[in-house]
Write a new protein. Structure first.
Length: 249
């Protein structure tokens, strides 16, 4: 009976985490602690969470495509630079703890929160506000891939910052590319965790079902409600996650 309750809790938490991951970021800040609470060590919890994120990205990509938001060429270009970093980060993640990284990430998120709360001149859903990305987006994606491979928590915020400030994209389009890029670079990262036996498939599949449901609905709400709704969810999620990370030490 207790095991069934734990699985139901995983499903519910997965729905919430999937919704936050697609709409803003920080959903893993909820799912990872739960996996650790259920008895998984940090590496095993990290790998199990990647399975859920992977399934979530598939559901959200399908949902975005149904809403006519799809740009595979740009997504592939961004993912190509993130892939090497993701592999290196995943290899490091199974060998080292990440306490220092969480502190740095918390401070960075608080800084990003200020930029998110400042409204932009144009708030519209449509083509990116700059036709060609700055060359800085490519080393930025390499870094994002490394951080994402090492520790998925908060990586959505980094992606939002990079695509917003370096490519001038609106938040709806950013979330579309975020889902596609995460799907691509999570594959090799997940292989590393699976190869080192750091995925609990039972918990991972239940969590994945929840993440998929939350991610699918989040993508639809993001497109239909627009950037204003995303900005509100993003600001709240960033504040909660930064506070959690800072108060955890």
């Amino acid at each position: 009976m207790q095991d069934i309750l734990f699985l139901l809790l995983l499903l519910v938490v997965g729905i919430v985490a999937g919704f936050l991951n697609v709409m803003a970021g920080g959903g893993s800040a909820i799912s990872l602690p739960l996996l650790i609470f259920l008895g998984l060590d940090s590496a095993l919890a990290n790998g199990t969470n990647r399975l859920a994120v992977f399934i979530q990205t598939i559901a959200s990509i399908i949902s975005f495509k149904q809403e006519k938001f799809f740009d595979i060429r740009t997504s592939l270009k961004l993912a190509a630079f993130a892939l090497p970093g993701a592999v290196a980060g995943a290899v490091l993640a199974v060998k080292i703890n990440n306490l220092l990284f969480q502190r740095v990430l918390a401070v960075f998120i608080l800084g990003m929160l200020l930029t998110v709360l400042i409204p932009k001149t144009k708030n519209r859903v449509g083509p990116s506000r700059r036709k060609l990305p700055s060359w800085l987006i490519y080393p930025a994606m390499l870094t994002i891939g490394f951080v994402g491979g090492f520790h998925q928590v908060g990586i959505g915020f980094l992606m939002i910052g990079a695509l917003s400030h370096m490519m001038g994209m609106d938040l709806v389009r950013i979330n579309m590319h975020k889902a596609a890029v995460f799907f691509i670079y999570t594959i090799p990262a997940m292989v590393v965790f699976a190869w080192t036996d750091n995925i609990n498939w039972k918990y991972g599949l239940i969590l994945s079902a929840g993440n998929a449901i939350g991610g699918w609905w989040s993508a639809k709400i993001a497109v239909r409600r627009g950037e204003k709704a995303i900005r509100i969810v993003l600001a709240v999620a960033m504040f909660i996650m930064a506070a959690k990370l800072l108060l955890s030490f």
